[in-house]
Design a binder for this molecule. Sequence first.
Ligand code: HOZ
Length: 427
Amino acid sequence: MKHQQSSDLFAKAKQVIPGGVNSPVRAFKSVGCDPIFIARASGSKVFDVDDNAYIDYVGSWGPMILGHCHPKVVEAIQQTAATGASFGAPTVRETQLAEMVCEAYPNIEKIRMVSSGTEATMSAIRLARGYTGRDKILKFDGCYHGHADSLLVKAGSGLATFGVPTSSGVPADFAKHTLTATYNDLEETKAMVAASPGEIACIILEPIAGNMGCVAPKPGFLEGLRQLCDDQGIVLIIDEVMTGFRVAYGGAQERFGVRGDLVTLGKIIGGGLPVGAFGGKREIMDYLSPEGGVYQAGTLSGNPLAMSAGIATLQLLKQDGFYEGIEDKSAYLCKGLQEAATEAKVPTSLQRVGGMFCTYFQAEEVCNFSDVKAETPEIFARFFRCMLDEGINLAPSQYETGFMSIAHSLEDLDKTIEAANKAFKTL
Ligand code: HOZ
């Protein structure tokens, strides 16, 4: 496959954009080739500027669960754009989308819209601190919650991809308030909480860790965290930016039956437009300005275009059988990938929850960040390049999750398995 135009555009971009990209993992640095520049997309496919077609499992890193350019979503955005792109004043669509989210998540009694997942988690943490009057927060090694200062500590994919667990530029005075525990290790978490009695404002986690590949919570982990937070007056923040409306209409909380005090959302609820949201118990949300003293604001918060795309998307997700469809397609693909790996005698751990999946190039299951073996990302890089050459667009990092859309056809899945058959044999 030729990528000349992409490479030329990348060289040009690097002159004016740091690393040529507006988000680091997109630079393809850890997979050893230049990134492809996308010209357009449709359904399950993206097309690059050299006119190569790829079956897409990035899905804009999660939002495109309907596939690209769903006609109903495009129509909603176009109609709204014709009436004004942004007013910085309340509109009816904000309440409509808020009602839809509250209906899907019974523990979200009130919700505030923002413009990105980072804004959502950053604001939820400030709110938890304001509500509890405590400074410390506890997160898990390898979980990514956006790039706010206090969250860039052992933060998974974006940083792990480049071998820097914690960003520079984060003052030690901020980072000292962030405790990190091992994902899926309830006993260690309990011990850390016990060592800081009455000091921890919140525990924040990805209920399915999607920034160290795809790691499901062990049975009892989420339940144990819920109990721990209840016992210690700690706010449990479940970060569903990736999993919300993805692994079930009511997200991971519906799937696993454990509910947070606060929930962060993004990606799917904006239908591909920039959006984020945080919500939860009325009692906590009422600490937020203008009701309470915790300040948070945004010029583009509740943006009309994003609200329309979100409403149109959620309406389609509500249709009968939608999540069964995603589950079936993902299960079919992962079974095929596993068989291809076995045939080629490549040790793999294929991990999947609903429409999120990851192939680790090691036999041992990954249950936390340090379970990823040192050689695994290097093998992934070779696999990635081979798959790209076969017309399969995977996320360019071992630490990212793969996303299925409802637009992927059986033919797409079979082509992907066929490509993997070839790729595994080259490793
Ligand atoms: N690490 C981010 C997703 N988990 C990357 C997002 C992007 O580059 O758009």
